[in-house]
Design a protein around this ligand. Structure first.
Ligand SMILES: [Zn+2]
Ligand SMILES: [Zn+2]
Length: 148
């Protein structure tokens, strides 16, 4: 599913601001990867992003896409999301939200169910002594496309 255009532009501007605030120059490679990530809502893998950008920027390599993603994750503009596959999946939305993973086609969508706003019930530490700084909840299921 593609984002509406206005939303995509806003998201892209926000991502570019995040890069600039972290002193990261907006190279053509970074821009094309951010662009490809901002227009998707299915939480693509690095390989899927490479497939999306190779037609737009001649000569961009898979390694470059991987490296750009690591840089963006490193400064916190993009997040790597946990999922049942071993392959990392990427999300340009770093505000806390939850995910559902389709066990058949492996697409990952956002979940914004109000009942999942657990701020009041989330503990601040674990029994073993961890201080909790963040959390996310991952669901698995079967998407409407795969069910029909
Ligand atoms: Zn599916
Ligand atoms: Zn997400």
């Amino acid at each position: 599913m593609d984002c509406p255009l206005a939303f995509k532009k806003e998201k892209l501007r926000h991502l570019e601001d995040g890069c600039r605030q972290n002193g990261l120059a907006m190279t053509v490679q970074r821009r094309v990867v951010l662009d490809a990530l901002a227009e998707r809502t299915d939480h693509p893998s690095a390989d899927q992003l490479y497939d999306a950008v190779r037609g737009r920027l001649r000569g961009i390599s898979r390694t470059t896409v991987y490296r750009v993603l690591e840089t963006l994750v490193g400064i916190g503009v993009v997040q790597k999301i946990s999922n049942p596959e071993s392959k990392a999946r990427y999300d340009a939305n770093t505000v806390r939200h939850h995910h559902i993973h389709c066990i058949r086609c492996e697409k990952i969508e956002d979940m914004h169910t109000p009942a999942l706003h657990l701020a009041q019930q989330v503990p601040i530490a674990t029994e073993s002594g961890f201080t909790i700084v963040d959390y996310s909840i991952n669901f698995s299921g079967i998407c409407p496309d795969c069910r029909s």
